[in-house]
Design a binder for this molecule. Structure first.
Ligand code: HEM
Length: 315
């Protein structure tokens, strides 16, 4: 009998250092910034859980109002990226603060990620790196996309929608499947989503043309001057057959039950150093009652990748 090959942890498939190096390289190796979400604004607020939240998760963050530190950002490692860029996700990183037990999620403005496996993430960025002539090789990109069609879903989603007029005017998803467990030990598989009270605020082509390259920070200052910017924090409930191991696959949301877990109220901008110095991450910092997907090869690998980027930008 042939012995079975030893099971390899999915995260070992590709060295996270290699991925982060590529993320920095494709963006132009900017110093002192994140490998992704390089351009952003640090904010604070409060989360008030709904009465139903505790029926899904026993996390103490769903039992009483908690302060939040959050950060809105543009995807990628270029701190000078234009806010007018369309096929780039807007990010919403959030920390629900309870001393010694923070709950951290990083959401993006698309329901899907641009790679299903670390190998695809690595090879997709590699294929797009500029060659010796300073330009990416169109044939290489074409071949990669043809062999990995699911990696195009995120850009297709973003390209099919207007550029958001505000960080508070677009939906954000946790993308990966999170299991919530209540005090009775009942698990519920969910996808988490933040829905802005202001609705989907998209810019028309003419409005977009009239905007400067950086307008989100000013828009945020103006909006917060009128009062807190709020989001419904919801759990989309999974059904048998919904994939939990594929960050490029969207669940059919229209047919899924949604439970409101609470309200996020962003109240003010705060110093970037507060967000920059946070040692937390969305894999390591989940409380009892919330767990990431054990079978998604893109989940665990995020923790070392974030640590590598954090270390690099602190240099
Ligand atoms: C699959 C779902 C994912 C989502 C929703 C997501 C979302 C985000 C967001 C919102 C940020 C900005 C954080 C901030 O503002 O502080 C970020 C940063 C980052 N992401 Fe991800 N990400 C995902 C997967 C990955 C993967 C698979 C990798 C690499 C293996 C990765 C590498 C990074 C790195 C290196 C940073 C910069 C971290 C730092 O310097 O603090 N991400 N991500």
């Amino acid at each position: 009998q042939t012995p079975a090959a030893p099971a390899q942890p999915a995260a070992a498939e590709v060295d996270p250092q290699a991925i982060v190096d590529l993320q920095f390289a494709i963006a132009g190796n900017h110093k002192k910034v994140r490998a992704s979400g390089a351009k952003g604004v640090c904010v604070k607020g409060e989360f008030t859980p709904s009465a139903e939240a505790a029926s899904l998760s026993k996390a103490p963050h769903f039992a009483k109002p908690v302060p939040m530190t959050a950060r809105f950002s543009m995807g990628g490692g270029n701190p000078n990226i234009s806010d007018k860029t369309k096929p780039t996700t807007r990010g919403f990183a959030m920390e629900f603060e309870i001393a010694n037990d923070p709950m951290v999620f990083y959401f993006i403005s698309a329901p899907v990620f641009g790679a299903r496996t670390p190998r695809q993430l690595h090879d997709g960025i590699s294929a797009r790196l500029p060659g010796p002539d300073g330009k990416p090789d169109a044939e290489k990109i074409k071949a990669f996309v043809a062999a990995n069609p699911e990696t195009t879903r995120q850009a297709a989603w973003l390209n099919a929608r207007p550029v958001p007029a505000s960080f508070g005017g677009v939906n954000y998803w946790g993308v990966q499947a999170f299991t919530l467990t209540n005090a009775a030990g009942k698990p519920t598989i969910t996808k988490l989503k933040a829905i802005p009270t202001a609705g989907q605020l998209g810019l028309s082509d003419d409005e977009l043309k009239a905007k400067p390259d950086s307008f989100y920070a000013d828009e945020l200052t103006e909006r917060l001057g009128k009062g807190p910017m709020t989001f419904d924090f919801v759990a989309i409930l999974g059904e048998p057959g919904d994939p939990t191991n594929d960050s490029t696959a969207m669940w059919p949301e229209d047919n899924r039950k949604t439970v409101k877990l609470g309200t996020i109220a962003i109240s003010a901008i705060q110093a970037n150093t507060i967000c920059d110095e946070k040692p937390t991450d969305p894999v390591a910092n989940l409380p009892q009652g919330v767990a990431g997907p054990a079978d998604d090869p893109m989940f665990e690998i995020r923790s070392p990748a974030y640590a590598i980027s954090r270390g690099k930008r602190a240099q």
